[in-house]
Design a binder for this molecule. Structure first.
Ligand code: B12
Ligand code: SF4
Length: 551
């Protein structure tokens, strides 16, 4: 198309924008599955984006919609276009002066991403990375580079800096962090043709600087809170100041989603239970209930999805989930193990991260507040029981190789994992990654080829649970069981050595009467888990100790 293009073009990759089957889980896989074998996994949907008749993207990640909304307050609507890589040449032309690109996970080097791609060989990269490259190296950007500036921002923009790709990819400026109060001056400078700083560090904006969205975001994502005061040392969001968005603004944003065809609203938060919370992280159940009811009442919204939450408030307020039943009734997810009349279950991403109270105390004690670090295993077990009883099947992460992890810590994680063997959940083991801007940024990342026998056992026991809980067909089970020894002898042994052998065979349902002699945990049915689910977990009296973690 021989158009002169738009002055401002905003773009995101399709693998970070797609919302195939309303499944956040499926999109997360794109951070993990190797690009080279994408066709084998039948994920062609990852490179296709839905567009409006004029070629603009129907939905892109919410962060980019925030940038669009900020720019729309200053520049004419007609000067801005939002698109995917395949439509870039419709919008980038002689008149284009600035291209802003969103990066959620552009190189796949964050938690739980490259880890899994490595199973296919060292030179394999995840689909996210390939799709981002298709966007950033689009020929039309090179063709017009002499008169336009490229700005990349988003939660994963640091990855480009870390890998030293800024110049090769001709990026003028990388924006790292929250951008509400930097976007407009930066784009104004670009439009004036001025040189841009190579890197801009964002900072937490005032609540009133967060704009209302103008258009639809992927999964109908709408922020309900920003930031988190719990202060875990490995987490980049820990540094974002905590705030709840006003209900009116949330609902206006949900209406925008519905008006552009979304039937799903994903309520984005670091911790659902921080929404309008009371003193010392106390959940505000009436406010949460009102939030769900109001969102569900928006015409066109049939489903409500949730992002993150923490265990501690569920245990501290054991009756809370029955008050929030609507979240399950409006969930898009179903599973035969649900006791809901329509077999629905609600999902919540919860970081368990470790079973070791020692590591918990050193690295993340605020996550368990108001409970004490030594209560963490009890909090996890009790929290899971309450969640499952109310048909909440959480998606939990667990970090292997945290700085200072000893074999004893790994054993404690294995003991806790064993005690969760009948839980209704998904558990994703991730390897520790020192994220930029965190207090652990300078620490060594954990590496697959350095995992100990115990860490491998932890890793594959998690996947054994997931296969048993989510793989519903016998045929799929059989394929995995037979494929696993083949994988080990053809590739796994060469890539990672013998330490993975027996743990991997456990994932492949190899007979336990053999494995119990080779592994730490005994799954032969004779050993009951070491940690029973407690009747109740007492909330300690904090009046004589410092209550909140330093952030
Ligand atoms: C919703 C969400 C998801 C959803 C939907 C993602 C999507 N593509 O739409 C799902 C569950 C699918 C998901 C998946 C993943 N996610 Co995610 N996700 C989030 C979450 C909870 C909210 C994102 C959001 O909407 N935030 C609100 C907006 C306003 O913030 P923002 O995106 O950061 O945007 C601001 C700035 O970054 C900046 N900005 C954004 N874009 C641009 C563009 C330009 C040009 C500029 C100048 C500025 C700019 O301005 C915005 C306003 O301040 C965040 C945590 C968080 N609270 O941010 C994690 C988070 C972003 N995800 C994370 C990760 C690791 C992933 C996965 C890789 C997880 C995995 N291992 O599988 C996958 C990757 C999936 C993929 N295909 O890309 C990490 C990112 C860490 C990193 N990149 O190093 C975060 C921070 C969670 C965490 N605490 O670790 N995610
Ligand atoms: S609870 Fe910890 S890991 Fe979760 S968002 Fe808060 S600081 Fe980050």
């Amino acid at each position: 198309m021989a158009s002169r293009g738009k002055k401002i073009v905003l773009a995101a990759s399709t693998s970070e924008s797609c919302e195939h089957m309303h499944s956040t889980w499926k999109q997360m896989l794109l951070a993990t599955l190797p690009a080279r074998y994408a066709s084998v996994f039948n994920v062609t949907w990852a490179s296709e984006g839905e567009t409006w008749p004029d070629g603009q993207a129907k939905y892109v990640p919410q962060g980019l919609r925030v940038v669009e909304a900020l720019l729309a307050e200053k520049f004419p609507h007609a000067d801005i276009a939002v698109c995917y890589a395949d439509q870039l040449d419709q919008f980038v032309g002689e008149d284009t002066q600035v291209v802003g690109i969103h990066a959620h996970n552009p190189l796949g080097i964050t938690f739980a991403t490259d880890v899994y791609a490595y199973f296919y060989g060292a030179d394999v990269e995840p689909i996210n990375a390939e799709e981002f490259r298709r966007l950033i190296l689009h020929p039309v950007l090179r063709q017009h580079k002499h008169h336009l500036k490229i700005i990349v921002g988003g939660p994963g923009s640091w990855q480009i800096d870390k890998k030293g790709l800024q110049d090769q990819w001709m990026i003028d400026c990388i924006v790292d962090g929250e951008a509400e109060e930097t976007v407009v001056p930066l784009f104004q400078a670009a439009l004036r043709g001025e040189p841009l700083p190579r890197k801009v560090e964002g900072h937490s904006p005032r609540l009133e600087s967060i704009p209302r969205l103008k258009h639809r975001s992927t999964f109908g994502a709408v922020e309900i809170t920003r930031g988190c005061g719990r202060g875990c040392q490995f987490c980049s969001v820990a540094l974002r100041a905590g705030k709840s968005l006003p209900l009116e603004q949330i609902l206006a944003n949900v209406r925008v989603q519905a008006a552009e065809g979304a039937d799903f609203a994903l309520l984005v938060t670091e911790d659902l239970f921080l929404y309008e919370h009371g003193p010392r992280f106390a959940p505000n159940v009436p406010a949460l209930k009102k939030l769900f009811e109001s969102v569900a009442a928006v015409e066109g919204i049939n489903y409500i999805g949730l992002t993150h939450g923490t265990m501690a408030p569920i245990v501290a307020e054991p009756n809370m989930l029955s008050e929030l039943q609507l979240a399950v009734d409006k969930s898009v997810h179903t599973h035969p193990a649900s006791t809901h009349p329509e077999k629905r279950y609600q999902n919540l991403f919860i970081g368990i991260e470790t079973g070791s109270p020692r590591l918990f105390r050193g690295l993340m004690k605020g996550k368990g507040y108001p409970f004490l670090p030594e209560q963490w295993p009890d909090v996890v077990l009790k929290g899971m029981e309450i969640l499952n009883r109310h048909n909440w099947f959480p998606f939990c992460t667990w970090i292997i190789g945290l700085p200072g992890e000893t074999p004893d810590d790994t054993r404690q994680s294995l003991d806790l994992l064993h005690s969760l063997k009948d839980a209704k959940w998904c558990v994703v083991p991730t390897l520790f990654v020192p994220l930029e801007d965190t207090r652990l940024a300078k620490r060594e990342s954990a590496k697959l080829y350095q995992l100990t026998d115990l860490q491998w056992e932890f890793f594959f026991t998690c996947w054994r649970y997931n296969l048993d809980f989510f793989h519903r067909s016998k045929k799929a089970h059989l394929v995995y069981n037979l494929g696993i020894p083949f994988y080990y002898y053809l590739l796994g042994r060469r890539l990672f050595g013998k330490a993975m052998k027996y743990p991997l065979l456990r994932m492949g349902h190899f007979p336990e009467w053999i494995l119990k002699h080779k592994l730490y945990l005994d799954f032969s049915g004779k050993r009951t888990p070491r940690l029973p689910v407690p009747e109740r977990v007492p909330v300690p009296d904090h009046s004589f100790r410092p209550a909140l973690p330093a952030t």
